[in-house]
Design a protein around this ligand. Structure first.
Ligand code: EPU
Length: 446
C-alpha cells in the first residue's frame, strides 16, 4: 500500500521566476478516450503527468489498446487491438471523466458497457444529458446495478440535440458519439470551453467534420474513417490561473509560460479588478503586485465566464484583500466545502447556499488542513504559501489528479514546500500495531 503523503509548506516566501504550464487536464481526459475512434495509431503530445492521465491510460490498456510512452509528455496510442468494450466500476470510480469512454466506445463500436462514474464531492452531478444525447443518436441506454449498457439496434444516426443546461461533459460525449454516425448532428446550447474546441480540433486533425466548436451550436457530419494524427494538447487554463493567483497571493512576480492568454481573459479581468498587475505576451503572462489587493464580486459561469474551477483559488486570494468580497457559484452544486479548511487558517468566510461572503483580513496563518477536492486543494496550497507559519495539507492525491509536479514547480519559484509521508498517530505508550491492508483504490474522484 502506498503511504499517504502530505505537503508541508512554510509560508511567507515571495514567488519569483518562471513556470511552465502543462497540458490541460480537462482536454486530455477526453482526447485519450477519443483515440478509440481512430482507425490508425495516434501520437499525443503535451500530456500532463497527472494521476487522471495514469488512470485513463490504464483504462485504455484494460480495453486492449497499446499505449507507449515515446518521449517526455508524448504517447503513441494504437487502439486497433481493442476487443473489450467494458469499463468496470473499479476503473470508472477512480475518475469522473471515465464517462468519456461511453461516447468513444459507442461512437466506434456501436455498443459499450461502462460503470456510472463514482460519487462526487462537488454535489449531485447527474449524467442525464449525456444519456439524452446518446438516445437522440439512436442508442438504447439501460442501467443495471450501476453499469450503463448502451446498444444501437439500428446504428447511430445524426440528429438534433438540444441540451437543457450547458454541460461540458455531455457536449464532449455527444461529439464523440456523433463523429462517425450517419449524417448530420447539430448540438444546440453546447458548452464553449477551450477543451471542447481542443477535442474537436483533435478529431478534425484525423479527418472528422466538426464545425462550430467554441460556439453554442456545433455541427458534425459523420465520417466513416479517422486516420492517425500527431496532436499536442492545449495548455491548462486552470493550472495557469492557479499559478497566477499563487504569484499574486505572495506578492510575487512570476512569468507564466506556455499559456493561451485568450483562454485566461475572465481570470485576468477578475485579477486586475483585485489590483493584480498582468502583462500579456503571445504565449505567456506576467503577474506581479505593486499595490494593495482590493475586494470584488464574482459569479462563476460557463465559458467565457469566470470558471468554477478557479473559484476556491480566488477565494483564498480575496481573504488577503481589503474589504468584503462576494462570490456566487453559478455552475457547481456544492463548491464551498473547502471554506471550513480556510477558516482553520484564519479566513473569515460566511456561506449561504451558493453565495460566499469573504471579509478580507489581509492575512492567513498556517494550520493543518485537508484537501477535499482538486481545486480546494489548490486553494489550500495558495493559502499555505501566503500564510505565516507552517501549513500541512493532507489528502494531496486530489491535487495530484490535476496538477503536474506542483511542489516542484512551486519550489522552483522559491516556495518552501516538501512532500512527506504521513506517519500514523498513536496514543502515548500504546504499541504501534501494523495492520497489513490490501491496496485500496483512491476515493471516488471528481
Ligand atoms: N449537468 C446536468 N446533467 C448532465 C450533465 C451536467 O444536470 O447530464 C449539470 C451539472 O450538475 C452541473 C452543470 O450541469 O451543475 C455543469 O456540469 P458539466 O457537465 O459542465 O460538468 P462536468 O462535465 O461534469 C467538467 C469538468 C469540471 C468542471 C465542469 C464545469 C471535466 C472532466 N470536468 O465537469 O472540472 O468543474 O466541467 O466547467 O472536464 C475540475 O477540473 O476541477 C473539475 C471539476
Amino acid at each position: 500500500m502506498k503511504t499517504p503523503e502530505k505537503f508541508v509548506i512554510s509560508g511567507g516566501r515571495v514567488l519569483h521566476g518562471e513556470v511552465e504550464i502543462s497540458g490541460a487536464k480537462n482536454a486530455v481526459v477526453a482526447i485519450l478516450p477519443a483515440t478509440i475512434l481512430a482507425d490508425e495509431p495516434c501520437i499525443i503530445e503535451n500530456v500532463p503527468e497527472i494521476s487522471d492521465v495514469t488512470i485513463s491510460i490504464q483504462i485504455l490498456r484494460e480495453l486492449g489498446a497499446k499505449v507507449e510512452f515515446i518521449a517526455p509528455h508524448t504517447y503513441r496510442i494504437d487502439t486497433r487491438s481493442i476487443r473489450n468494450h467494458c469499463v468496470p466500476y473499479e476503473s470508472a470510480r477512480r475518475m469522473r471523466a471515465s464517462y468519456y469512454f461511453m461516447g468513444a466506445l459507442l461512437g466506434k463500436f456501436g455498443h459499450c458497457r461502462v460503470s456510472r462514474p463514482g460519487g462526487c464531492p462537488l454535489g449531485d452531478r447527474p449524467i442525464d444529458q449525456h444519456m439524452k444525447a446518446f438516445a437522440k443518436l439512436g442508442a438504447d441506454c439501460k442501467q443495471d446495478r450501476g453499469m450503463i449498457d448502451i446498444t444501437t439496434p439500428n446504428g447511430l444516426k445524426g440528429n438534433q440535440i438540444f441540451f437543457d443546461c450547458v454541460t461540458v461533459g455531455a457536449t464532449m460525449n455527444a461529439i464523440l458519439a456523433a463523429v462517425k454516425a450517419d449524417g448530420l448532428t447539430i448540438i444546440e446550447n453546447a458548452a464553449k470551453e477551450p477543451h471542447i474546441v481542443d477535442l474537436a480540433s483533435f478529431l478534425n486533425s484525423m479527418g472528422a467534420d466538426i464545425m462550430g466548436a467554441g460556439t453554442d451550436t456545433i455541427k458534425i457530419r459523420g465520417v466513416k474513417y479517422l486516420r492517425g494524427t500527431s496532436y499536442a494538447v492545449i495548455p491548462d487554463q486552470i493550472e495557469a490561473g492557479t499559478y497566477m493567483v499563487a504569484a499574486a497571493a505572495t506578492g510575487g512576480d512570476v512569468l507564466i509560460k506556455n499559456v493561451i492568454p485568450k483562454h485566461l481573459e475572465s481570470i485576468i479581468s477578475v485579477m486586475e479588478k483585485i489590483g493584480v498587475k498582468i502583462e500579456q505576451f503571445d504565449d505567456a503572462v506576467r503577474v506581479s503586485v505593486d499595490g494593495p489587493l482590493v475586494k470584488t464580486s464574482i459569479k462563476t459561469r460557463p465559458h467565457p465566464g469566470f470558471p468554477t474551477d478557479m473559484q476556491p483559488q480566488i477565494s483564498a486570494l480575496l481573504c488577503l484583500a481589503e474589504g468584503t468580497s462576494m462570490i456566487k457559484e453559478g455552475v457547481s452544486e456544492q463548491r464551498f466545502q473547502y471554506v471550513d479548511e480556510l477558516r482553520r487558517m484564519g479566513a473569515d468566510i460566511q456561506v449561504d447556499g451558493k453565495v460566499a461572503v469573504i471579509e478580507g483580513t489581509g492575512k492567513l496563518t498556517g494550520a493543518p488542513v485537508k484537501a477535499c477536492d482538486l481545486r480546494a486543494g489548490a486553494a489550500l496550497m495558495i493559502a499555505g504559501l501566503a500564510a505565516s507559519g507552517v501549513t500541512t495539507i493532507e489528502d494531496i492525491y486530489h491535487i495530484e489528479r490535476g496538477y503536474a509536479d506542483m511542489e516542484g514547480k512551486l519550489r522552483a519559484l522559491g516556495a518552501c514546500i516538501e512532500k512527506k509521508p504521513i506517519t500514523p498517530v498513536t496514543k502515548q505508550n500504546e504499541p504501534i500495531i501494523q495492520e497489513v491492508q490490501p491496496e485500496k483504490p483512491h476515493q471516488d474522484a471528481v
